[in-house]
Design a binder for this molecule. Structure first.
Ligand code: AMP
Length: 280
């Protein structure tokens, strides 16, 4: 595996592969890798000739400086894991390499960018759009891999690809969970053992809501029960929403069950956790 820190070196390396018509896959990450990230790499390895994994804690997508400061950084272990799963290139740039001028381009993702994560993390999707657009321009991949764990992000990237006419196929990889159901997340590293146990409430709420939706229970009553559950557990619930999985708008009465996503976010031990489940 090659570890590359500079954009010019990465583009030079990729030019040679492109000349040979190799299929390039990109897996953008912020590091502190776990099996969820590795699933994306595995999928990319299956479908591409050359897999590029980027590791970059992107400051422009953090709306909270403490969150950015406390974001886990485990580069040695990340490189070990990526080597083990035969990743071809790790791109590990510095802040200066990624943001070498004062310009900060703004995106408007419409309603999609203003609800749920967009509402509670102002500026987050703009930062995501900015860094992903940079990676797309630098790597020019054939395929780009993102996790369902960040479902609204997938919808945002979909808009980015369509709006900016990227010739990139977006691949959404299902969420990897631990045996008990907790969605793997780099932020879980900041939880105590007790916190990790308590964090299962997110998964329990989603499976409960999924079952109730299948039984035809009204959204309001499901939502109320989830709120009560979080109160009982002493976990701060930021949002619990049942939405269309592409637009993230509230679901209509005629919504096809397969288009529905149940989304949740909250704080536990000062750590922000998000999760979601599709209805089908
Ligand atoms: P992050 O490093 O948290 O920015 O995540 C990098 C990519 O990995 C994103 O596309 C995430 O959606 C994806 N990802 C994170 N956690 C998981 C998980 N548990 N299962 C599948 N994909 C994940």
């Amino acid at each position: 595996m090659r570890v590359i820190n500079e954009i010019s070196s990465l583009t030079d390396t990729l030019r040679a592969y492109k000349f040979e018509n190799k299929i390039i896959g990109l897996v953008p990450t912020m590091g502190a890798l776990h099996n969820g990230h590795l699933k994306l790499i595995d999928k990319a390895k299956e479908e591409c000739d050359i897999v590029v994994c980027s590791i970059y804690v992107n400051p422009t997508q953090f709306n909270n400086s403490t969150d950015l400061e406390k974001y886990p950084r485990t580069i040695e272990n990340d490189l070990y894991l990526l080597e083990k799963c035969n990743c071809d290139i790790t791109f590990f740039p510095s802040d200066g390499e990624m943001y070498n001028d004062e310009a900060r381009i703004n995106f408007d993702f419409g309603k999609l960018g203003k609800v749920l994560e967009g509402e509670f993390r102002p500026g987050h999707f703009n930062g995501v759009g900015l860094i992903v657009a940079k990676f797309f321009n630098i790597v020019q991949p054939d395929f780009a891999y993102f996790g369902q764990k960040d479902l609204q992000q997938v919808a945002i990237i979909n808009v980015l690809i369509k709006s900016l006419n990227y010739k990139i196929q977006l691949k959404c990889v299902p969420t990897v969970r631990n045996k008990q159901g907790l969605a793997l997340s780099s932020r879980n590293m900041r939880l105590s053992d007790e916190g990790r146990q308590k964090a299962l409430t997110f998964y329990n709420a989603l499976t409960f809501a999924q079952k109730k939706m299948h039984e035809g229970a009204p959204v309001d009553s499901i939502s109320n029960e989830v709120r009560t559950l979080f109160k009982e557990k002493g976990i701060e619930l930021e949002y619990f929403e049942i939405v269309n999985k592409d637009t993230f708008e509230e679901i209509s009465a005629t919504e096809e069950q397969k288009n529905i996503a149940i989304c949740i976010a909250g704080y536990l031990e000062g750590v922000r956790l998000i999760d979601n489940m599709l209805l089908n």
